[in-house]
Ligand binder design. Structure first.
Ligand SMILES: Cc1cc2nc3c(=O)[nH]c(=O)nc-3n(C[C@H](O)[C@H](O)[C@H](O)COP(=O)(O)OP(=O)(O)OC[C@H]3O[C@@H](n4cnc5c(N)ncnc54)[C@H](O)[C@@H]3O)c2cc1C
Length: 416
């Protein structure tokens, strides 16, 4: 008799990559997704001709797993400039990567953001991490990002003006208490590739992964209520499974597996503004709050990265506030507008707020020893596996790796 399929709960990036690996090995699988579309935390809304990613997200083109899994040219990737613009002391300072933008004005800007010694340290960190490779990075001693930067000798000015908004924006934690290995992995990945978005929005990534699934494999609007190694209960009935992969976000996995402790998460609030006419910054660049005054830590004019993010003649600003502020949207909007007006002048008062996204469980918390001792094993029990970005580096690449690894575990279990 034919075995029932493997059931994967959750069609985010991890679940989709798990399905892909199983299908490539000839193992039938069914993806159960509670929402109305695959992609999980990666989603793009369309509003008045604007493309609004649910929270500012980028694909790092040098992510090792993404390079293997995604068809980059079909995604029509639009890169950011390598580097950032840092706002502090009432001015913008452009900090381009001088190795990829020789002749850029980093030298002068870095002298203002940090010191000459910081510049040398940045260069040696870059070449050391490039030589190391991702696997070696995972073997290194793990401490916090802040301790690691201090141990490397970076000045407080360099940390506060550049690293804090940069890595704080990535890990959603301005105290920089995340894992140094994650920081090293991300810094290396930034230094050898681009930060980019698909021309038509981040959701094109999960759509590309889902497009390869056979008909009937993905069942939307189908939440799993309980899971066991050989069956999954849904509102429509109980489904038999040859194995089960829980590929949800960490808190949902804890509920399904009845774990008392869920991976802690970090949140972010994203405000999208429509601008009539050209944006104040037309280069595709990330803008950082080097003053630490907030509330916005990082800002991007998405239509400068891909024109499809805004209708002709308009621009789209995506402003990220780390955490979930206590104040209501109207109060938050007022303080964001004050900051934007101080950066770009009174023209920012005319920006039209399109939407506010409050994303409480955007990323796992990733404090050390995050990558040394994951809180859960991926193999929960025979034929019951976990996947998701709480199982690896928090982000797209880690979600992809975790999905593939769960599938490989099931393939090995079947072979033994
Ligand atoms: C605002 C924001 C910014 C980010 N920035 C970046 C970035 O710049 N670069 C980067 O690499 N990563 C970034 N990330 C992280 C990245 O989006 C995630 O790491 C990745 O999408 C996680 O994928 P996943 O499959 O592990 O989980 P999820 O995307 O959470 O997918 C889990 C799926 O499970 C479904 N589900 C949950 N419970 C059930 C149930 N009971 N039954 C059925 N289905 C269920 C959910 O609906 C969801 O579709 C960001 C995330 C956010 C939110």
């Amino acid at each position: 008799m034919d075995q029932p399929p493997v059931i994967i709960v959750g069609a985010g990036i991890a679940g989709l990559c798990c399905a892909r690996t199983l299908l490539a090995a000839g193992i039938p699988c069914t993806l159960l997704e509670a929402a109305d579309t695959p992609g999980g935390r990666i989603r793009t809304d369309e509003l008045d001709g604007f493309l609004l990613d649910r929270g500012f997200q980028v694909l790092l083109t040098a992510y090792p797993e993404a390079q293997r899994v995604l068809d980059y040219s079909a995604l029509d990737l639009r890169p950011f400039e390598p580097g950032a613009v840092v706002r502090f002391d009432g001015r913008f300072h452009t900090l381009m990567d001088p190795w990829r933008r020789p002749g850029s004005i980093l030298d002068g800007a870095l002298a203002r953001v940090g010191s000459l010694a910081d510049k040398l340290r940045m260069g040696s960190m870059r070449s050391e991490l490039q030589r190391a490779g991702p696997l070696a990075i995972y073997q290194r001693p793990e401490t916090t990002i802040l301790e690691s930067l201090r141990a490397r000798g970076f000045s407080d000015a360099m940390i506060d003006r550049f690293f804090r908004p940069f890595f704080g924006g990535i890990t959603l934690d301005l105290s920089l208490s995340g894992s140094s290995r994650m920081m090293e992995f991300v810094f290396r990945t930034f230094s050898i590739g681009d930060a980019a978005v698909p021309a038509g929005g981040m959701q094109r990534i999960p759509e590309q992964l889902a497009a390869g699934l056979p008909a009937g494999c993905l069942r939307l609007h189908t939440p799993a209520l309980t899971v066991e190694p050989h069956r999954v209960r849904t509102p429509g009935g109980t489904l038999q499974a040859s194995a089960v992969v829980v590929a949800t976000d960490g808190p949902a996995a804890a509920r399904l597996l009845q774990r008392p402790r869920a991976p802690a998460v970090r949140g972010v609030t994203n405000l999208c503004f429509a601008i009539d006419g050209p944006p104040p910054v037309e280069q595709p660049v990330l803008i950082l709050d080097g003053d630490g005054a907030g509330p916005v830590t990082n800002l991007a004019f998405m239509s400068s990265v891909s024109p499809r993010y805004a209708p002709p003649g308009k621009a789209l600003a995506s402003a990220s506030v780390i955490g979930i502020p206590a104040e209501d949207n109207a109060t938050l909007e007022r303080s964001v507008r004050r900051q934007m007006a101080s950066w770009f002048g009174p023209a920012a008062d005319a920006w039209r707020l399109l939407r506010v996204y409050r994303i409480a469980d955007a990323l796992p918390r990733q404090s050390p020893p995050w990558l040394t001792q994951p809180i859960w094993n991926q193999r929960v029990a025979p034929r019951l596996w976990l996947a998701g970005d709480a199982q690896d580096t928090p982000g797209l690449d880690g979600a992809m790796v975790s999905g593939r690894r769960a599938a490989e575990g099931i393939i090995a279990e079947r072979a033994s």
